[in-house]
Design a protein around this ligand. Structure first.
Ligand SMILES: Cc1cc2nc3c(=O)[nH]c(=O)nc-3n(C[C@H](O)[C@H](O)[C@H](O)COP(=O)(O)OP(=O)(O)OC[C@H]3O[C@@H](n4cnc5c(N)ncnc54)[C@H](O)[C@@H]3O)c2cc1C
Length: 394
């Protein structure tokens, strides 16, 4: 097994790193630790810059406007992207990260031509409507009804925790088209324009004084039949396929390494018992332990890449990337709060504080959600135990 880059890959890595170093605007950098604080105008501008470079979607085929990178190149690209301090782009996370690959596999040609180009250019922003008040971990219990009526489905019900719904143009939905059989069987996958009459979006206020997600209500909403993806009742299968696209990018390891470097920098500035905190042996031991864990995660990625290169499927290690990465990120954010000392209590970005201090507080708060969205750690562990390791349920 080879766990280092080939010379071509190393050249590619240098090229990508150099481009990001030279082209990432200072106001876009350093937003990563705060999670979702990037202003929308800035986000759209940065999206456009990447689009014009041809790098908005590393995994997407070149002929469709993506970068068409190999899996190793995608990993290198994503690593260098977050390692330079560039934030996750909410304008593309859901559309290009999830829906576009699904449409390529299961959508009609009309759906692909109609929706994908606008996702790439950033003209259309999408959000994901899976969760409902009583259907989160137990997603198949969802209850948003879609009744076929002529050329339309008529929707009634509610979604919740819908990230970006208040800024999005379209939503992809899991809806209930049949309640008679097993709960997984009567689900369908629909695409809906958020401007359709009968849709109400209500932002949910969060601790970080902005609304990262919303409640979305549907009251006799008419969605054209042509917006059905796959066949009626196939929604559960499609939802599974959609989640598989997260495979290698389940957790951006470059972001973790960047976060560790930030902890180090902050601890050099904070004075503890007359010396920089970085010189305190107890603190140093904690930082070293996290660095070792981050490197273990990085090498796990390398092991998966080696397997993919020789044509074999990733082993069980691919399944725990999300659990391990998100829990490790929370631990790094805990230490970052320690690294900024009493300033970690700063709630607002006061002028007298360095931005990295504000980022420490917001990053720490936002990190709590990482082990919940996309499937909570408890549920992921059950999936790993039963489906990957084939352990008995009890
Ligand atoms: C920041 C953020 C953004 C999100 N964005 C979106 C979005 O854009 N679109 C969308 O559709 N959803 C979104 N979600 C929702 C997310 O997918 C759900 O929160 C998640 O699936 C958990 O569901 P729940 O909140 O209903 O919790 P519940 O399912 O009620 O779980 C509560 C707790 O009980 C545990 N639990 C539940 N069942 C079991 C079990 N069988 N065994 C062991 N433990 C169990 C869970 O792990 C969790 O700790 C977002 C969530 C967050 C935090």
């Amino acid at each position: 097994m080879k766990v280092s880059y080939s010379s071509d890959e190393e050249r590619f890595r240098e090229e990508v790193r150099k481009w990001f170093e030279e082209n990432t605007p200072p106001d876009v950098k350093d937003q990563t630790l705060g999670g979702s604080t990037l202003e929308h105008d800035l986000m759209f501008k940065w999206h456009k810059t990447l689009y014009e470079k041809g790098w908005i979607s590393p995994e997407f085929p070149k002929e469709m406007g993506g970068a068409g990178f190999s899996e190793t190149e995608q990993f290198i690209f994503n690593y260098e992207y977050s390692h330079c301090g560039a934030p996750r782009l909410k304008t593309k996370l859901v559309s290009l990260g999830m829906l576009a690959p699904l449409l390529l596999q299961h959508g009609t040609k009309e759906q692909q031509d109609r929706f994908i180009p606008d996702m790439l250019s950033g003209k259309t922003i999408w959000c994901q409507g899976f969760s409902e008040p009583n259907a989160g971990s137990d997603l198949a219990s969802l209850n948003l009804k879609a009744v076929p009526e002529g050329n339309y489905f008529v929707l009634n019900g509610q979604k919740t925790w819908t990230s970006m719904a208040d800024h999005a143009d379209w939503i992809f939905l899991l809806v209930r088209t049949d309640s008679s059989g097993k709960k997984q069987e009567g689900i369908s996958f629909l695409l809906a324009d958020l401007k359709t009459p009968g849709i109400t979006i209500r932002p949910i206020e969060a601790l970080t004084d902005h609304a990262p997600f919303c409640e979305v209500f549907f009251d006799d909403v008419r969605v054209p039949r042509e917006n059905l993806v796959g066949k009626m009742g196939e929604g559960w299968k499609l939802a599974g396929a959609l989640l598989q696209h997260e495979r290698l990018n389940a957790f951006p390891v470059g972001e973790l390494i960047y976060a560790i470097e930030t902890v180090r920098k902050n601890s050099e500035k904070t004075i503890y018992r007359g010396k920089p905190l970085m010189q305190d042996p107890v603190f140093r031991r904690k930082l070293a332990a996290l660095e070792v864990d981050c490197n273990s995660l990085l090498y796990t990625f390398f092991r998966i890449l080696s397997q993919l290169k020789v044509g074999s499927a990733p082993g069980p290690e691919a399944s725990f990337l999300k659990v391990y990465g998100s829990e490790l990120y929370r631990r790094v954010m805990d230490l970052n709060i320690e690294a900024v000392g009493p300033y970690g209590q700063s709630w607002y970005n006061l002028e007298e504080f360095d931005n990295s201090i504000h980022q420490a507080t917001m990053g720490w708060i936002n990190s709590a959600s990482l082990t919940i969205w996309g499937g909570s750690s408890e549920i992921q562990r059950t999936v790993i135990a039963t489906q990957v390791l084939k352990l008995p349920r009890k």
